[in-house]
Design a protein around this ligand. Structure first.
Ligand SMILES: Nc1ncnc2c1ncn2[C@@H]1O[C@H](COP(=O)(O)OP(=O)(O)OP(=O)(O)O)[C@@H](O)[C@H]1O
Ligand code: NI
Length: 267
């Protein structure tokens, strides 16, 4: 029989804890989260608002804003103990290996660099092409994510675009980067239904074509049922249930998961 090489996760999080120091007390926002994202798989992190999904994502990249701090835990990214690396090494790994599509795209696109230049820079870091070729690739990518007036958008800054347009630019950036890991935090929330479907398709393409592992953060279980391979249910800073998508939907163990599934079936 053929030896099947066991894939290693692109992301492994062990016992991650995040605290926020508020005036006279600590808020434990993330209370010991462990999860894995396998290459070529979509791993959904699901839970109600305030359960700690975005904080988990930011902590994984060591990009928490103060007063948030990682109190404990380990993040293995591309086989390295990420939180132990120097800031420079961390930036390098994030730039090369980790694509992001955030809930709040305004904060995550550099406001002082034109959209075209942002894309061209990403393309040139990740592919051996001339600037001219990179520009053409950038145009193609923006067309793929269904932006209109692409040449005009290339000359604009993020604040000149709508939230939905920024989100599409971020997807295009991720496609240019072909990252080992994509962290997508509510990647389709600012978009209308038609574009949502299109963006989900592009994310699926990324996984199919480049074996990208995707951490897909959402509170939309309907989308999870559609695209996810593995599912983690988060509540009040903890993972309360995990498993492959069939297992979680067909045989949920936790009453909270059952409740969540009931609520989408009721719609
Ligand atoms: N700046 C902050 N100061 C204090 N506490 C914070 C701060 N940011 C987040 N928190 C705490 O972290 C918790 C988790 O927030 P987080 O943004 O991760 O939730 P979420 O699951 O992403 O929710 P949503 O679905 O609404 O995006 C919050 O409930 C809050 O208690
Ligand atoms: Ni969030």
């Amino acid at each position: 029989m053929n030896q099947i090489k066991a894939d290693r996760p692109v992301l492994e999080v062990n016992q991650l804890k995040v605290d926020f120091a508020c005036k006279d007390h600590l808020v434990h926002a993330v209370k010991g989260v462990s999860l894995k994202v396998m290459p070529g798989k979509i791993t959904a992190l699901v839970g109600e608002s305030g359960s700690g999904k975005s904080v988990t994502a930011m902590a994984i990249m060591n990009l928490l804003d103060p007063p948030g701090v990682i109190a404990e835990g380990q993040v293995i990214l591309s086989g390295q103990d990420f939180l132990q690396l120097s800031p420079r090494q961390q930036r390098k790994i994030l730039g090369k290996q980790v694509g992001v599509v955030f809930q709040d795209p305004f904060e995550s696109l550099n406001p002082r660099i034109k959209i075209g230049s942002l894309l061209i820079e990403t393309i040139c870091t990740n592919q051996k092409v001339s600037k001219k070729q990179a520009e053409e690739i950038a145009v193609d990518l923006l067309i793929k994510v269904k932006l209109r007036h692409v040449r005009k958008v290339m000359k604009e800054y993020s604040h000149q675009l709508s939230g939905g347009m920024c989100q599409r630019v971020m997807i295009a950036m991720a496609m240019a980067q072909k990252p080992a890991l994509l962290i997508a935090d509510e990647p389709t929330t600012a978009l209308d239904v038609m574009v949502q479907g299109r963006i989900l398709e592009e994310i699926l393409q990324l996984k199919e074509n480049h074996n990208t592992g995707i951490l897909f953060i959402t509170h939309d279980l309907g989308v999870v049922a559609e695209v996810a391979d593995d599912v983690y249910i988060m509540r009040q800073g903890k993972i309360i249930e995990e498993g492959d998508v069939f297992q979680v939907f067909d045989q949920p163990r936790h009453p909270y998961t059952k409740e969540l599934i009931q609520s989408i079936l009721a719609v």
